[in-house]
Design a protein around this ligand. Structure first.
Ligand code: CDP
Length: 203
């Protein structure tokens, strides 16, 4: 059985939590595609060139504990503008999406490029202020030392770079369902997403 859920949206909109919980509710596998760009960015910060870093990515690169830092996020969004980097990472994501038993992938270009035929496409957004506050709390809880101003600058720079790049820019697929989570708690946002997936599942 194949069933693919594509979840895209700007930084810190709630995609990660929604994706994890949708996957666990339906028993699907989950891939946070941002992690593979972050792992590539981390290898570049360690001195490698971006294209060989992406081509040589290994499973253990995704286990590094510094992938959530703002420095790595910036490096990720820079390598993500390079078409050869994106090309190197496409097949792994497509294979993951096609696995037996159902898959949820979250990122920026899942509904538009990686899985244009996904069974469900969601585009998750929230206001700038809400996203800054959520990411600030998330990083602070992880013990990462940041200010709200630094988080705001990181999100703004990445959203602009991600939306304006030539290859696979951040944008909703024409057939994506928009979920604005600005005025929702995370449980409500997860429930909305589960309802949408349920309506398409085994119909
Ligand atoms: O968690 P957050 O939404 O802040 O970011 P992420 O999903 O971990 O993605 C980090 C960066 O990777 C993004 O800013 C994008 O530049 C890039 N990315 C991408 O280009 N395409 C994807 N499918 C996923 C992430």
């Amino acid at each position: 059985m194949r069933f693919t859920v594509a979840i895209d949206g700007p930084a810190a909109a709630g995609k990660g939590t929604i994706s994890k919980q949708v996957a666990s509710h339906f028993g699907f596998a989950h891939l946070d595609t941002g992690l593979i760009y972050r792992a590539t960015g981390a290898r570049v910060l360690a001195g490698e060139n971006a294209v060989p870093a992406a081509q040589g990515l290994r499973a253990e690169d995704l286990q590094r504990d510094d992938l959530r830092t703002p420095d790595v996020a910036q490096a990720a969004s820079k390598v993500a503008t390079i078409p050869e980097v994106r090309n190197a990472l496409v097949q792994f994501q497509k294979d993951f999406a096609a696995r037996d038993g159902g898959a949820v992938l979250d990122g920026r270009d899942i509904g538009t490029v990686i899985c244009p035929d996904a069974d469900v496409k969601l585009f998750v957004t929230a206001s700038d202020a809400v996203r800054v506050e959520r990411r600030f709390l998330e990083l602070s809880e992880k013990g990462i030392d940041v200010t709200r101003e630094a988080v705001q600058a990181d999100l703004k720079a990445r959203d602009t770079r991600d939306s304006e790049r030539q290859t696979a820019p951040l944008k909703p697929a024409a057939d994506a369902i928009l979920i604005d989570t600005s005025d929702m708690g995370i449980e409500e946002a997860v429930a909305v997403a589960i309802n949408v997936v349920q309506s398409k599942w085994r119909n």
